[in-house]
Structures are given as C-alpha cells and as structure tokens.
Write a protein that binds this ligand. Structure first.
Ligand SMILES: Cc1ncc(COP(=O)(O)O)c(C=O)c1O
Length: 428
C-alpha cells in the first residue's frame, strides 16, 4: 500500500493548477520532519555538513550556475572550462599526478568508478582481448564496481581480505587470469576504513600489465590532510607507479554540492582514446561527451571549484581533523563501553570510518541498533561481523558525546531486558 501523503498536495493526479510558493516551501519543511534529524543525530555516509557557512557557500556557487549545463563546458560555457582547468591543476598537485594526467569531472563515486572500468575495458579490447572479461577486487571494495560491471557485462572476482581487512595481494595475484583487465584497491575502503596496500598492488599491476584503479572516493579529500595531521598515511595516489586511475569524490569531503567527483588517469591519451564518447551518425553532427552523463549540473562544477578555493588546504585540515578526531573518539568511546568492541580490535584509526560489535553474548548488537534508532539515531548495520557502522563525517564530532552516552544506555537496556534485534540487509 502507498504511504499516506504527508504534504498538503493530497492528490494523486497530475497537478492542474500551480500551488503558491509559500505553501510549497512549508510542505518541504513539513516533509523533512519524516527524516532522521541528522543535525542532532549525525548520519553515517549520507550527509556531508560542517556548519552553515560551508552549506550556504556551496549552495550559492551552485545557484549562480544552476541554469548552465556541464555539457556545454568549453563550447557555450568557457567559464566552466576554466573552472575545470583549475580543478585539474589542483587535483594534479594534490594527488601527485604526472604532466600526462587526464581528468574527468563526474556526477559521483559511482560514475567515476564506471568511467575507470569503461576506459580500462575499452583499452583492453583495443589491445585484442576477446571473450568475457573480469576484474579482480578486494572483498571490501564498493558495490558501485559491481554495478558498472553488470552494465558492461564484466565478471567481478571479489577476493577475501587479510586479517586486517586489507587487500590480500597474493590472493589477488592468484585470482588474475588471462581475462582480467583491471585490479583495484581502496584508500580507504568503505566498510572498515583501512588502506589497501596500493604500493604492492601497483607492483602487481606493472608485473602483469593490468590496469590498477585506486578508489579514493571516500578518502580523496581526507587522506592528504590526515597525512599532514600526522596520521600514518601510506602512498596511495598517482605517485605510486602502476596506478592508472584514481577516483576522488568532491561531493563528500571537498564539500561541493552533490553530483561531483573526479576520475583522474595517468595518461590523457587513454582518456582521449578509450573514454571520450563521440558519435556523428545522426542528423546533428558530432556529439561528444567525456563520461556517462549528457547534460550535467554546471552548478556542481561551480560548487566544487568554489569550495576548493574557499576551504583550501587550511580549511580541509580542519574538516579532516574533525572527521578523524570524531573517528578516534568514537572508537575509544565504544571500547570503553562494557560489552562493545570496535571491529578492528583496537588497531590505530587510519580513515574516517569505524564499526563496533558486541563481545557480550547477552548483548545483541542489532537490538542495540534498534534502541539507538528509537532514540533518534539511524544506525548503519553491518554484516561481517554483525556490527553498527559509522561512516564518520566532520559533523559527527558534534554528536560523539551524545552518541556514546546513548550507546552505553542502549547496551544496558538490551542486557537488562534481553532484547533481540533483527539484522537488516540494506546497508545504506
Ligand atoms: C570507497 C567508495 N567508493 C565509491 C563510493 C560511491 O560513491 P557515490 O555514492 O558518490 O556514488 C563510495 C560511497 O560512499 C565509497 O565510500
């Protein structure tokens, strides 16, 4: 059954007459009341917020370019091309890109991964591979890879990770066969927030002459700054020989509005030959796009460009510090609650992602999640191991204390009442 309508539209047919804007605005605010109150209960992995100034500025930049279209960058909109060129220079500096580097501005992590796989697949085909191809990835890699593979009819071989949840390079090497055209490592991986050994994966890629993609969608705008803050950040970007492409999301920790990510690759030539889509077999002449999208939000480009300038290195040091501090505090905090343990068992925090499980048979972690949810939180539930996961953002820092207090109370309640919860398969 359809949910009862919560706004004032109260109609199931296409609207015939316009609604006064004031009513619509009210409806929007009213509708929001259905949602998790993320301002007071920071959410895992959906919302990237760090104060009103950042929110207002990212939005203003977007609005200034809300009518333009990324499809016309460099054609009708030379300003967008200029912004993209600036973002290119900044990204090349940040990620140690060579002079040959190519860049594609995409709509998000999913599209960046799709583009990396598509480029590598097309190159592999141009080199003469036939038959069904496959890619070999650690078990912890993001499911957007499987989505891309499904669309392009590619097999995905997920290889178990080692005891620290990192890519097992030997096992990945053993999984590679003649049909493998791409391997991947994450920096950091979404489930556990650890770095895959990108250096070793780079060696493997060079040895086997296979494309290596680094998924920095989560870590792209945390890692360089966490390193400056003193966290042990291994080499993970285009500095590593063998890395052919790298994805880094702008709409996460670069604080652009949503719909913004980067797909960087070592050689512009590969972008030109294997990524750029061009066709002229239709009435209007050549139609050419850099990536999957046709029309795209120019506002996202403007917002990314503006936010990198606005926050810059000093600003991202603050946002990364908040995210990393929150992760450390959450980890230490749950480990201090009797019956809970972080899933990495006290290993030093590497990235801004953490999860915790129950080590007390009397405490069902899913029941803890239920109690927390009932108290206004939204717990992301993890399967292996059964755990509650936090994809930690800078905004989490404001909620750590309250969360830990509520978590301790929830554990107590579950233990006292013998509550049992249900695992929900849906991750996000
Ligand atoms: C490591 C990693 N890769 C890819 C993605 C997908 O990004 P998006 O949701 O922007 O498509 C995410 C999202 O959290 C991620 O953490």
């Amino acid at each position: 059954m359809k949910e009862e309508k919560k706004d004032s539209t109260n109609q199931n047919t296409f609207p015939q007459h316009g609604t006064p804007w004031e009513d619509i605005r009210q409806d929007l605010h009213e509708l929001k009341k259905l949602d998790v109150d993320w301002m007071n209960h920071p959410l895992p992995g959906y919302v990237y917020y760090f104060g009103e100034e950042i929110k207002d500025n990212q939005l203003e930049a977007y609005n200034i370019y809300s009518a333009e279209n990324g499809l016309g960058a460099g054609i009708a909109f030379l300003s967008l091309e200029k912004m993209l060129n600036d973002i290119y220079d900044w990204a090349r500096d940040l990620y140690h890109g060579p002079e040959t580097m190519g860049m594609t501005f995409t709509s998000g992590g999913t599209e960046s991964l799709f583009e990396a796989i598509r480029t590598a697949r097309n190159r592999s085909r141009a080199r003469g591979t036939t038959g069904r191809l496959n890619l070999v990835i650690p078990y912890t890699a993001h499911p957007a890879i499987d989505k891309a593979a499904q669309i392009m009819e590619i097999d995905v071989v997920r290889v178990p990770v080692d005891a620290e949840f990192r890519a097992d390079v030997d096992a990945m090497a053993a999984a590679i066969n003649a049909q493998t055209f791409l391997i991947l490592g994450s920096a950091v991986c979404y489930p556990y927030g650890v770095y895959d050994p990108i250096g070793k994966l780079g060696e493997l890629a060079l040895e086997r002459d296979i494309w290596l993609h680094v998924d920095g969608c989560w870590g792209g705008f945390i890692n360089p700054f966490a390193k400056q803050l003193g966290y042990p950040v291994p080499e993970w970007d285009l500095e590593v020989p063998g890395v052919m492409s790298l994805s880094a999301d702008l709409h996460k920790f670069a604080f652009s509005t949503k719909g913004a990510s980067l797909m960087l690759q070592r050689y512009q030539e590969n972008k030109d030959r294997y990524e750029t889509f061009s066709i002229n077999d239709w009435p209007c002449g050549t139609y050419e796009t850099p990536a999957f999208q046709g029309s795209s939000g120019a506002g996202s480009i403007a917002s990314a460009w503006a936010m990198i300038r606005f926050l810059a290195n000093e600003g991202y040091l603050k946002t990364a510090k908040a995210a990393m501090d929150a992760t450390v505090q959450l980890t230490d905090g749950v480990n201090a609650i009797k019956g809970l343990r972080d899933v990495r068992d006290g290993a030093p925090v590497e990235g801004n992602s953490m999860a915790f499980r129950s080590i007390d048979p009397e405490v069902d972690i899913m029941a803890v999640a239920d109690v927390l949810d009932a108290n206004g939180w939204h717990c992301s539930r993890m399967r292996e191991p059964r755990a509650i996961k936090h994809s930690v953002t800078p905004h989490h820092l404001s909620g750590v204390e309250k969360f830990l207090k509520d978590a301790a109370a929830a554990v107590e309640k579950v233990r006292r009442m013998g509550l049992k919860g249900e695992y929900d398969e849906r991750t996000y």
